[in-house]
Design a protein around this ligand. Structure first.
Ligand code: 9MR
Length: 285
């Protein structure tokens, strides 16, 4: 990781759950280790994620609305303040758009704070870390569809209010079925045209459902990595590609989708064909 990457993010360690497991008790040890590793290697760090229903401790769910507002403000202020000048960007709000109906997902935050909680989170993050690029991050809106239209509308509104600087497209995909690359590029372009930075934020490419033997699966995976990363490279404001892990020895995919090989290095940390697919995209081959 230290040799091949120039940017790092925390898969778990900077979320609400690990940082503030109990009310008012902040533990930055995991996130700090990641920042120290990155600094020792000259890598930049993106914080992930200040507000996400998926990694919120139980005690937050039990708060009254006024208590929730205080905890919300306190968490964002304290965490973004702690990492000020040590991260260049933050995923401020993660996965706020609903999967199956237009608009916001119903979460502890939308229910307790109302729909303006997204803007409020960005306002608080801006105050706590005025230098950081503030990012809205989500999945399922990589191509052109209802969800990406909703993400577009959300960030357009936030951008007009000076609150958001970037959008992260997670890009957890299967090489057997994923959005059309032309649609991914068109989506990146329309977000960029709003004046936003765009990044591919959590890419991995599953291959289990690809037809053929292991060699065929890995060749297909190489092609998909190349084509999707090339869609980012083609748009100047698409400024980063983050992979959700780097060795197949450690991936969230295995526990969620079953064993698969979604990343650039195999379990023995050897480069896979996918690695060279990404290289091709960066070298515009
Ligand atoms: O990969 C992450 C895994 O290690 C954590 O246990 C999990 C819960 O915090 O979150 C995973 O990362 C998620 C990311 O934060 C947001 N997008 C979806 C990712 C996969 O679930």
């Amino acid at each position: 990781a230290g040799r091949h990457f120039n940017s790092l993010t925390a898969e778990w360690e900077m979320k609400w759950d690990p940082i503030q497991k109990s009310p008012g008790v902040f533990d930055f040890s995991g996130g700090d280790r990641i920042v120290e590793f990155a600094e020792s290697r000259g890598m930049r760090v993106k914080g992930h994620a200040l507000v996400w229903h998926g990694a919120t401790p139980k005690w937050v769910e039990a708060l009254s609305a006024p208590e929730l507002r205080i905890a919300f403000e306190d968490h964002i202020r304290t965490v973004a303040g702690h990492y000020r000048r040590r991260v260049y960007a933050w995923d401020v709000v993660n996965e706020a758009i609903d999967d199956s109906q237009p608009g916001l997902r119903s979460t502890v935050f939308s229910r307790g704070l109302g729909p303006d909680y997204v803007a409020e989170a960005f306002r608080l993050a801006r105050k706590a870390d005025p230098d950081a690029q503030l990012v809205y991050n989500d999945y399922g809106g990589e191509g052109l569809n209802r969800k990406s239209n909703d993400v577009y509308a959300l960030v357009k509104d936030l951008k007009q209010r000076g609150l958001v600087d970037g959008v992260g497209l997670q890009m957890h995909i299967s090489a057997a079925s994923f959005p059309a690359v032309a649609d991914i590029q068109a989506n990146i372009q329309r977000l960029a045209d709003l004046g936003l930075q765009v990044n591919i934020s959590e890419m991995d490419v599953r291959v289990k459902d690809v037809a053929g033997d292991a060699t065929a699966k890995l060749a297909r995976q190489r092609q998909v990595y190349r084509d999707v990363v090339a869609a980012c490279v083609a748009v100047p404001r698409c400024e980063a590609v983050t992979l959700w892990g780097f060795t197949d020895a450690h991936s969230w995919i295995d526990s969620t989708f079953g064993a698969d090989d979604p990343l650039l290095f195999d379990e023995q940390y050897r480069t896979k064909p996918a690695f060279f697919g990404v290289e091709d995209a960066f070298l515009r081959r």
